[in-house]
Design a protein around this ligand. Structure first.
Ligand code: ZN
Length: 308
């Protein structure tokens, strides 16, 4: 295959393979360990990890990547790498004012970069981290800006059962344990959920209208799959990360039957054994054996088509 796309990475975490669980664990336990691993991290560590990540992708024959950068450290290296795809500057936060200020900074930076790198094979977009880590106004306003300005948007959504529980009930039983481990870091979680499941919540905020690249989409109902299809969103499937974080099996066959474009991503080294998206395809074939044809899974290694 001449084109090979890893449709979901966080290259700035490429040196943190030690955090990746060897065996399936709970999402909340994993998140607690991950946040703890970042406590002494400096910007230079993120930068070095990005370079390691780009080198690793190249060694796997990857030509296209869709990377999320929370520190924005991967933006320049990816724009200069000659690789194709999209780099998404990430914004998150449950504190409304602070989150919207950060979004304004991202909007300025993304606008400048899209102007100065208009001819680059690497596009620049916005990532709103997830349904549970962003204030509703951040989700609403960020998506509206992307829609109005035709800027690519990416969001983690419907990943773990804990995310759905948090949005539906305002609490996660497992987080009682996690909060005591990492205290302050998880205080950003909302005290009362929107009482909606993740995709329905995004639809209620108008986020689906921006046609985000939806990462994971494991915890979905038939109605939510229909809503994703109607909105003409694209989905990224990360089967190895979903297995290691006990998120369950994405109903890939239902997405493909609904005509939704689905691509494969490794996610970061924090929840994936490596950055080789061909290994992700092999895992997907095992996970969906008897339900999805291997050729259809091979086709998910192609780069997303922005025109579809
Ligand atoms: Zn991710």
């Amino acid at each position: 295959m001449s084109e090979l796309c890893n449709a979901h990475t966080h290259l700035e975490l490429s040196d943190l393979g030690r955090v990746c669980p060897q065996e399936p664990t709970s999402f909340a336990r994993w998140m607690a360990g991950f946040i703890w691993s970042l406590r002494k991290r400096k910007l230079d560590d993120y930068r070095a990890a990005v370079m390691l990540g780009i080198e690793t992708l190249r060694a796997c024959g990857t030509t296209h990547v869709h990377d999320i950068t929370n520190t924005w450290a991967s933006v320049e290296p990816l724009l200069q790498s000659g690789m194709q795809g999209c780099v998404y500057l990430e914004v998150m936060g449950q504190k409304r004012e602070r989150a919207l200020v950060r979004m304004k900074e991202a909007v300025r930076r993304i606008t400048d970069l899209r102007r100065s790198h208009a001819e680059s094979p690497m596009s620049v977009g916005l990532s709103l981290h997830s349904t549970w880590s962003c204030h509703p106004d951040l989700l609403r306003e960020g998506a509206a800006w992307c829609r109005e300005n035709k800027v690519p948007l990416c969001i983690h959504a419907a990943e773990s059962p804990a995310e759905t529980e948090l949005l539906l009930t305002g609490r996660v039983r497992e987080l009682g344990w996690a909060r005591t481990q990492i205290g302050r870091s998880l205080r950003m979680l909302p005290r009362s959920g929107p009482r909606l499941s993740p995709i329905t919540y995004l639809a209620s905020l108008g986020v689906l209208q921006a046609r985000p690249l939806l990462v994971h989409a494991v915890q979905v109902s038939d109605e939510e799959i229909a809503a994703i299809a109607r909105a003409r969103c694209t989905v990224v499937h990360c089967p190895r990360s979903n297995t290691l974080l006990s998120c369950g099996r994405m109903r890939l066959e239902a997405f493909l039957s609904a005509g939704i474009p689905v691509y494969l991503g490794t996610d970061s080294r924090v929840s994936s054994p490596d950055l080789d998206v061909r290994a992700e395809a092999a895992a997907a074939k095992k996970m969906h054996a008897g339900r999805v044809d291997g050729e259809k899974i091979n086709a998910m290694l192609a780069p997303p088509n922005p025109e579809t």
